[in-house]
Design a protein around this ligand. Structure first.
Ligand code: ADP
Ligand code: NI
Length: 206
C-alpha cells in the first residue's frame, strides 16, 4: 500500500515538473529522493514513508516555482488526502517540507525530527559538486545574471560565482547527518578545485 502511495506521488511530481530550466526539473526531485533513500538506509528507526513523500514533494509549493505558494501547499494537502494519508501524518510531512527550504539561511522553521534532517540534507547535497555547479549556472542564466565580473568588481554583484560563497560553500557544515557529511566532502572539494581552475583560466594562467 505504501509503495503505491509513493508511486502515485512520484507520477504526480513527474507530470508537474515536466520542463524547467532553473534547476528544478523532475531530475532534481529524483536525485533528492535517491539521496534521501541513501541516507535513510542508516536510520531504520526513521519513518521511511514520511521521508520519501517529503522528498518527492519538497519543491511542490516553493515560492520560486508556483504563483501562489499557500494555494500550492493546500494542493499538496489535498493530494495526500486523496491517497488516504492521515491528517496528522500530512501535517508532519508538510512541516518537513517547510523546514527544508534554504531561504538564504534564514528559514524560521527548523529541522527537528530525523525525517526533517534527512530530507534537508538530501536537498542540500544536490546543490553541491558537479551537479550543484551545473544548477548554479542554469539558475543564474535563467535569471539573466553574469557568470562573474572579476575580483575588482566593487558592487556586491549577484553573479554565479558569488553564489558559491553565498551558499554552496557554506552548506557542508550545515548538514545534519554524518552520512550526508561524508558524501559532501568530495563534492565540496570538487567545487574548490573548480573555483581554482576558474580563476586560473580567468587570469589566463592555465
Ligand atoms: P533547492 O531546490 O536545492 O533548495 P533553490 O531553490 O534554492 O534550491 O535553488 C535552486 C538551484 O539554484 C540550487 O542549485 C541553488 O544553489 C541555485 N541558486 C539559488 N539561488 C541562486 C543564485 N542567486 N545564483 C545562482 N544559483 C542559485
Ligand atoms: Ni529542491
Amino acid at each position: 500500500m505504501n509503495t503505491s502511495i509513493i508511486e502515485n506521488i512520484q507520477h504526480e511530481m513527474q507530470d508537474f515538473f515536466t520542463s524547467d530550466s532553473t534547476g528544478h526539473d523532475w531530475y532534481h526531485i529524483d536525485r533528492v529522493w535517491k539521496n534521501a533513500k541513501r541516507i535513510a538506509r542508516y536510520y531504520p528507526e526513521a519513518n521511511h514513508l514520511h521521508i520519501e513523500l517529503a522528498a518527492l514533494l519538497h519543491d511542490r509549493y516553493d515560492r520560486k516555482l508556483v504563483p501562489d505558494a499557500s494555494q500550492a501547499r493546500q494542493e499538496v494537502q489535498q493530494l495526500l488526502l486523496q491517497q488516504g494519508v492521515e491528517k496528522d501524518f500530512i501535517f508532519r510531512i508538510l512541516y518537513t517540507i517547510d523546514a527544508v527550504s534554504f531561504k538564504n539561511g534564514a528559514n524560521p522553521v527548523q529541522a527537528r525530527s530525523i525525517e526533517d534532517k534527512i530530507v534537508q540534507d538530501a536537498d542540500r547535497l544536490d546543490a553541491l559538486g558537479a551537479i550543484g555547479i551545473a544548477r548554479t549556472f542554469a539558475y543564474s542564466g535563467a535569471h539573466h545574471r553574469p557568470i562573474y565580473q572579476g575580483e575588482e568588481a566593487n558592487s556586491p554583484a549577484d553573479t554565479a560565482i558569488a553564489h558559491f560563497y553565498d551558499k554552496l560553500l557554506t552548506l557542508q557544515e550545515k548538514l545534519h547527518t554524518p552520512e550526508a557529511k561524508e558524501i559532501a566532502k568530495g563534492r565540496h572539494q570538487f567545487m574548490l578545485n573548480y573555483l581554482e581552475q576558474f580563476y586560473a583560466e580567468w587570469h589566463s594562467q592555465k
